[in-house]
Design a protein. Sequence first.
Length: 579
Amino acid sequence: MDVDTGAGRGADRRKPGAADRRGLRAGLAVATVAAITTAAGAFVLGGQAAAAPTTLRAGAEAAGRYFGVAVGQGDLGNGTATNVAGSQFDMVTPENEMKWDTVEPNNGQFNFGPGDAIVNFATSHNERVRGHNLVWHSQLPGWVSSLSGSQVKSAMEAHITGEVSHYKGKIYAWDVVNEPFNEDGSFRQDVFYNAFGGGAQYIGDAIRTAHAADPDAKLYINDYNIEGTGSKSNAMYSLAQTLLAQGVPLSGIGFESHFIVGQIPSSLQANMQRFANLGLDVAITELDDRMPTPASSSNLQQQATDDANVVKACLAIARCPGVTQWNISDADSWVPGTFPGQGAATMFDTNYQPKPAFTAVLNALNGASVPPSSTSSSSQGANTVTVTNPGSQSGTVGTAIAGVQVLASDSASGQTLTYSASGLPAGLSISGGSGLISGTPTTAGTFPVTVTVTDTTGASGTAAFTWTISGGGSSGACHVQYDKTSEWPGGFTANVTVTNTGTNAITGWTTGFTFPGDQKITNAWNATTTQTGQTVAAANAPYNATIAPGANTSFGFQGTYATNDTNPTAFTLNGTPCS
Ligand code: 9MR
């Protein structure tokens, strides 16, 4: 298990002379990139054999993902580095150039030059940008820490608004809050935590402020040592649940993934999947895999297996949009400066040549044109954890559930099993130690639940079932308005407004209706739609789950039709008819 990424240690991890070495290597650029055609094989596309992609970005794009890289300003002057960064990747994270100490070194004085240079590099290579980061205890200029509590709040909001507005429309996703947790899962008691009187408070405020400045950017919380299950990951999971329940527009969780060779957590995929089950994106944001240097060939092979497994985990999760490697090559990596005697952590060596890990990752990406075979319900460690599926469950709003006991067993003796659940109906919770689910449901609806059971070695198993909660509460007190906003031969767009006409807040909703015609929804916004024949279920997005009494929320979609585009007239909310 990784113990510490060294985040926050030292201002610059590059060794003296690095720039000189880069200069010498610049002439190798063309030869290096030409050599990156090592992954052999073909895949079948539309019934014809096609050459497999030979770059990470092409492989990722064919699999509907991105492959990103951290680029620092120093890299931009190195032709070899920019050649690899510009050809192999399609997403860029500025390594340091968008951090607070660079962007706002003095109160109210913004400096966007270094960040702009990275954005320009990305744009000119047809690459997108992950913004990193807005609020972090590290690389924070001293003036912030000398402010009073209320001044910290205004300074944080002004910093976020200033930076996000400057880059509005240019950033795919922001790491709004970086590394908020201690290793034991408690919040870091930094200047932001102290100013707001709590972790969820400052994090929720930061995300809302970023959303106001750029409503189209995805908004993430990013941290390390949350890749596998454990206290820190559980703390992040609870935080995500809390923020979503409060209607905070959180889009995703960044799993940094600074790994040690041979120590990828076996629960990585299942752990990321449980966050995805909350309706969040899950991205690998800072992948590297370090080893003692000089690297042995067996460690390089192990790194190839490790990195390919990380990429396969992402490919197996529908809500994992991509993987980012931290630094371009072993020559640029932050690792040797922070962990003396260790390095060789990226997929390109110190001469920018592809390593075994590059080939393994490319092959993993190219295999993605066939459906992923692994699911989160299989065990990934040496042990097998078997979870007995309790089957479909039901309940009623306002009536306590006596208790549903999830049973699990382990192939090894002496293991302590830890239980967690995602997707539970609001009001219910699972005991981490015993697997007993209890509580009183507060909202009607149909909830897909996944229970994950993990043993001491990190091996895990899951059981997925549906929990239907009916009646009660205010969820029947609703009104749904369907407006066709445009129509053309064969196509249409519609806007649907859902109003809570009851007296209790609705937390989590699914609107149901049946098309009278032969409409087919092709894409939706502000809700996730599922269509079976003419029947449609539209479920809330993470940021509009809560509808206060008297309030409304809207979603929309585009669709096609052949002969009949008649509007639906009857609607349900969480299974109960609306007016
Ligand atoms: O790679 C970055 C290095 O150049 C900086 O000196 C360091 C300062 O804390 O930050 C490094 O990047 C970190 C990232 O911003 C957050 N996660 C951990 C990364 C590696 O430490």
